[in-house]
Design a protein around this ligand. Structure first.
Ligand SMILES: Cc1cc2nc3c(=O)[nH]c(=O)nc-3n(C[C@H](O)[C@H](O)[C@H](O)COP(=O)(O)OP(=O)(O)OC[C@H]3O[C@@H](n4cnc5c(N)ncnc54)[C@H](O)[C@@H]3O)c2cc1C
Length: 485
């Protein structure tokens, strides 16, 4: 059993001289962004993570999803840039791609091929290990009062239902438990967060939870892009959720070092295989075979990796009748989404911004963390609604939800409006720009009901529908690599 001693970190050594200390549980994206925020509001920050935190773009066990494509939407990327000015340039210098949307995306949506209008938003495409490492490195380099405690597992909170006073941790190597005292504890331990159980052990009532599980499974393989195709557009071939059969999606994204990351996914009943031949066949079974044709001319660099933890799951911490002082949860620990929509990291960024705003407004005064938790819940709402309402369309989707907006009647109305937006966006630049703002989490869903968008919908003239992928001649030539001249 551990005693009430401070963390054995540089921050701890200065503890006697400081007045406020925050502990962040989890050094993933949400945790490191939270640390960047906290560095501005408290005197010392300790980030605890179960893993060794590598000094480079390496895969680690605690973020298993990092083997799959990770697209950072402009709505989240702008927030990360605000928290860590210059980080986008560093990501690009390390080999990330900035993809203009919709211009640099070859995109078969549910409604057809999207015209490649001039870009209005962007996506950062990079291997997740690199993205995490750059953010972690930038936070630690800029903020000497942020220290990490790697190979250390969070076991549970100290304190009571009224106030969290720290956290008990255990070193992986030593097995020794230590109590870290803190004025603020941030749970950013991801999908596997135990916070719900920890709070119940403190005597708080059960936390309300909604789950929408379309049974999405992922299969990913990394390829070397053919010569001349290193900056190929992002390619997305998506399911048509209006057809009552399991959905199949495929995406090919350029990442660092001239590689393509190809991720296939399917809802329950259409799970992609994880053997090499099955992977190629599944890619060919999409609504369009473009990605199968592209990987046929690329060199495989890895085996196929599978994954299944991808249900939409939302915990409504903000609805507890009383929230303990000194505690905030964010990132996947609060709301995790079907990754096909590419929103989890951006929601983590928006949640970190909510933490920043809340602390700037009220510091750690009474009631502040409760208000921050409500703001964190609100920042997850659009991504939740977009993902959950679409996934409910797939057969065999398992849902346990109380969200009234997902009841069949309201859902039908919502879907018909979003189908109208989606179908018009393909061919009309103004509607496409409005829709893209929402799908990149740059503007709220409610912005689609603005008079400007309604007028644009009415006036939409539209270009002719595309019957084939909108590739330039140079892009099309990539498909002929290896053919005799
Ligand atoms: C297959 C897949 C593909 C995805 N693709 C995208 C995408 O394209 N775009 C996008 O925006 N999002 C995507 N996501 C979602 C994205 O991965 C998450 O939203 C994001 O990682 C959330 O960050 P986080 O910091 O909350 O959690 P995580 O990144 O999971 O980090 C949690 C951290 O907590 C640590 N930890 C856990 N338990 C403990 C403990 N008890 N003690 C100490 N440390 C602990 C872990 O080691 C880890 O470092 C995808 C998810 C999946 C599953």
């Amino acid at each position: 059993m551990g005693g009430p001693i401070g963390p054995p970190t540089p921050a701890a050594l200065e503890r006697s001289a400081v007045t406020t200390h925050a502990v962040v549980l989890g050094g993933g994206l949400a945790g490191m962004l939270a640390a960047a925020v906290l560095a501005r509001h408290v005197d010392a920050v300790t980030v605890v993570d179960r893993d060794k935190l590598p000094d480079g773009p390496e895969f680690r066990k605690g973020v298993p999803q990092a083997r799959h494509a990770h697209l950072l939407m402009s709505g989240g990327a702008r927030v990360i840039e605000r928290l860590l000015p210059g980080v986008t340039d560093r990501l690009l210098a390390e080999g990330a791609h900035r993809i203009g949307v919709p211009e640099q995306v070859v995109w078969l949506t549910a409604y057809g091929w999207q015209h490649r209008f001039p870009q209005t938003q962007f996506i950062i495409s990079a291997g997740r290990p690199m993205l995490d490492w750059v953010v972690r490195d930038e936070v630690l380099r800029r903020h000497p009062h942020v220290a990490t405690m790697p190979s250390t597992e969070a076991l549970g909170p100290l304190g009571d239902a009224n106030r969290i006073a720290g956290v008990r941790v255990r070193g992986a190597g030593t097995g020794e438990t230590v109590d870290l005292e803190a004025d603020l504890v941030v749970d950013a331990t991801g999908r596997g967060s135990q916070l719900k159980r920890w709070l119940s052990a403190l005597g708080l009532p059960p936390v309300e939870q909604d789950t929408v599980d379309a049974g999405i499974a992922y299969a990913t393989r990394i390829f070397r892009a053919p010569e001349g195709a290193r900056a190929f557009p992002l390619v997305n071939v998506l399911a048509d959720h209006r057809v009552p059969r399991p959905g199949r999606n495929a995406s090919l994204a350029p990442i660092e070092d001239g590689r393509w990351i190809v991720t296939l996914s399917g809802t329950r009943g259409a799970e992609p295989p994880t053997d090499e031949d099955g992977f190629a066949e599944f890619a060919r079974s999409m609504r369009d075979p473009l990605i199968a044709d592209l990987i046929a001319v690329a060199e495989p660099l890895t085996a196929v990796q599978g994954s299944r933890s991808s249900a939409n799951r939302r915990l409504y911490y903000e609805r507890l009748p009383a929230w303990p002082e000194g505690l905030v949860a964010l990132g996947d620990a609060v709301a995790a989404f079907n990754p096909v929509y590419g929103h989890g990291m951006s929601v983590a960024a928006h949640s970190a911004a909510a933490l920043d705003e809340g602390l700037a407004e009220a510091g750690l005064t009474a009631g502040a963390t409760g208000r921050i938790q409500r703001a964190v819940g609100a920042r997850a709402d659009d991504a939740w609604l977009l993902a959950a309402s679409q996934d409910l369309c797939y057969p065999n989707c398992r849902a346990e939800v109380n969200d009234p907006r997902l009841s069949p009647g309201v859902q039908a109305q919502r879907r018909s409006f979003s189908d109208l937006i989606g179908a018009t966006a393909l061919r009309d630049p103004a509607v496409s720009a409005a829709a893209t703002k929402v799908t990149t989490l740059s503007e709220p869903i409610s912005s689609l009901e603005s008079p400007q968008v309604v007028t644009a919908l009415r006036r939409a003239k539209g270009r002719p529908a595309l019957s084939a992928p909108p590739l330039s001649d140079d892009e099309r030539a990539v498909l002929r690599v290896g053919e005799p001249a």
